[in-house]
Ligand binder design. Structure first.
Ligand code: SF4
Length: 284
């Protein structure tokens, strides 16, 4: 029996390279995952969403704010920073865009008012990565704070619905960021926080080793499911069967709705619907 048969020189197992959003895409809807990551060419996406433009603009303005010297981190610089990073796509018209700009500026002014400009985060839009037996994970964290001896994962939210501690606890992405940050910085990282700028609220969860391990196990299970689906397509299974649809109200917001008969059973939304002023609690 040679060494290879004994397993001594077995080739290393190939790791599944992923981000939390890639895994989340499959968990939300395997068909959407296929459209985003498997089908080439990918089906054409719908037009850009105004809420994505708004989120990107606010995130980049906060990154620019932290890039300044602490003495210059004042609310008065925000209009310039936001103007420089403003993404214009998806709005109904200029009037709406201007109104949303003012709204975003007000969120930022009140948010930075709650920050100590001399606090230097460990990372801003920082990419962290970790390997497990089966995964090569990476992802970009909005902010990593140092509080005492521990790191804290901070994720900015700009959607209409206020976030809750359950959202923070259940977020696979935040848990995976915490695991990766611990490994990159070699410091404990158990707390994850969602900072909801429209309401100025923070939804937090303190993970334990066990709860982080649970998230990691589920991420590995998802990766195994994806690999199994891809293998079954190579072996002749109909791709529609291997990557089934998981349709629901979220289809209205899916970039691939036009390419997806199941998604078209849900109403189309205008690209600016989610930034329109509506009474709170309407489910959007
Ligand atoms: S429209 Fe709905 S069912 Fe179709 S890919 Fe998107 S999320 Fe999945």
């Amino acid at each position: 029996m040679d060494m290879e048969q004994l397993g001594l020189f077995a080739p290393p197992r190939r790791l599944f390279t992923c981000t939390p959003s890639k895994l989340g895409s499959y968990e939300d809807c395997p068909r959407r995952y296929r459209f985003s990551y498997v089908d080439r060419p990918a089906p054409p996406k719908g037009p850009p969403w105004a809420h994505n433009s708004l989120g990107a603009s606010v995130h980049t303005a906060l990154r620019s704010w932290y890039a300044l010297d602490p003495e210059r981190r004042t609310p008065s610089v925000l209009p310039k920073l936001l103007q420089a990073t403003w993404v214009k796509e998806g709005y109904r018209d200029e009037e709406q865009e201007r109104e949303v700009f003012r709204r975003a500026l007000a969120w930022l002014e009140s948010y930075v008012d709650s920050l100590d400009p001399h606090d230097e985060p460990v990372g801003v839009e920082r990419t962290v990565a970790a390997r497990t037996e089966t995964l090569a994970l990476s992802g970009r964290v909005d902010r990593i704070d140092q509080r005492g001896a521990e790191l804290v994962i901070v994720d900015y939210k700009t959607g209409r619905s206020q976030t809750t501690p359950d959202d923070a606890r259940g977020s696979r992405a935040l848990a995976l960021y915490a695991i990766a940050a611990e490994r990159v910085f070699r410091r404990p990282c158990r707390r994850v926080e969602l900072h909801h700028l429209p309401t100025g609220t923070v939804a937090a969860h303190d993970h334990t080793r066990e709860s982080l391990d649970r998230h990691l196990r589920r991420a590995e299970e998802t990766a195994a499911d994806i690999l199994a689906a891809e293998a079954s397509v190579r072996e002749g299974t109909d791709p529609d069967q291997a990557f089934p649809t998981a349709a629901g109200p979220w289809c209205s917001w899916c970039d691939y709705r036009k390419a997806c008969p199941a998604g078209q059973e849900h109403p189309a939304r205008d690209p600016w619907t989610a930034v329109e002023r509506r009474p709170a609690g309407d489910g959007l």
